[in-house]
Design a protein around this ligand. Structure first.
Ligand code: BDR
Ligand code: CA
Length: 314
């Protein structure tokens, strides 16, 4: 089994990712950490516990993390995920409590334990990178417990929060810049599962209709229905769930190594991920110096990943 940790701002599509990670037999879900993003941290925590309950995994430790971005004011995506972040569904909400540790402390402890036993954990951030930036700045030794970071964020093309920027990076650009730089300095491999593939793993409403018979399947169907409503189509993308598929089945994802910079200045391009696709000579002679190299996802086998998701959550 592959040990993984998810960092989430649950979120309809984070919920798709959680159901998959909690139920797939090849993954060992060690912990889930929460960060403010799609909605405020209280709703994120409650949604996360609710989804893990539906998945039949109340054993997974969940910790509350950063409520606000490092520098800029908090934002939200309620127009995408509903007022409560989980589509305002008629669904019983969890009343369980979280792990007493802050998300950064839980991440530190789980990764240090892994390092001590020779285990290597794949970290899957699906949200603004605030918790992960704080972690890598405060406890860089946790790199020894990390296999790689596969994060949902960024775009080589257009954005969604703004014309330039993808929501997770837009929400906390400084955190994204810190994480890419730290991963580069600490020798942690990073994969950017960005908007270039994010919308391409679609479950049709017809497929979703077959999801019945267990709390996980029922919730999964409702999530797809909500996603399809939001995008006014006859199917819903599992969004963040695709990044978890990529960890389970990396051969369904095409990536290319590219230097990536985060635009931190103000103006219309703040939060943009500048993916450098120039030839090696131009990159090497860039007067700004080298940028962190990231595996950038450029294509995904959407049909295969949708089937993987369906088979696991049902
Ligand atoms: C990202 O933003 C959030 O709304 C989604 O959960 C996803 O992580 C897509 O830009
Ligand atoms: Ca998310």
């Amino acid at each position: 089994m592959k040990p993984v940790i998810l960092d989430v701002d649950t979120g309809l599509d984070d919920a798709c990712a959680l159901l998959l990670a909690a139920r797939h037999p090849d993954l060992d879900l060690k912990a889930v950490t929460c960060v403010g993003g799609n909605v405020g941290i209280d709703d994120v925590v409650r949604n996360t516990l609710t989804v893990l309950d539906a998945a039949g995994r109340p054993d997974v430790p969940v910790a509350r993390g950063a409520a606000v971005p490092l520098i800029q004011p908090v934002t939200s995506a309620r127009h995408v995920h509903g007022e409560d972040g989980l589509g305002d569904l008629d669904w019983p909400r969890s009343t369980r409590s979280t792990d007493p540790r802050h998300a950064v402390e839980l991440l530190r402890d789980v990764l240090r334990d892994a390092a001590a036993t020779g285990e290597r954990i794949t970290l899957i951030p699906l949200a603004p990178l605030t918790n992960i930036a704080l972690l890598l700045r405060t406890y860089p030794d946790v790199a020894a417990g990390l296999q790689e970071i596969v994060f949902m964020g960024g775009s080589a093309g257009i954005g969604n929060a703004t014309a330039s920027a993808e929501f997770n990076v837009w929400t906390d650009p400084e955190a994204a810049a810190i994480v890419l730089a730290a991963a580069n300095d600490l020798g942690i491999a990073a994969t950017m599962y960005g908007l270039d593939v994010f919308y391409d793993v679609v479950v049709t409403l017809e497929q979703a209709r077959g999801l019945t018979g267990s709390p996980s399947a029922e919730l999964a169907r409702k999530l797809i229905e909500k996603r399809s409503e939001r995008y006014q189509s006859d199917g819903g993308s599992i969004g963040d769930g695709g990044a978890v598929c990529a960890v389970i089945d990396p051969s369904g994802l095409t990536t290319q190594p590219h230097p990536v910079r985060i635009e931190l200045s103000g103006g219309w391009s703040r939060g943009r991920t500048i993916v450098d696709t120039r030839d090696a000579l131009d990159v090497a002679s860039d007067p700004q110096g080298p940028a962190p190299v990231v595996q950038v996802a450029t294509a995904v086998d959407g049909k295969r990943y949708a089937e993987l998701w369906l088979a696991t959550v049902s």
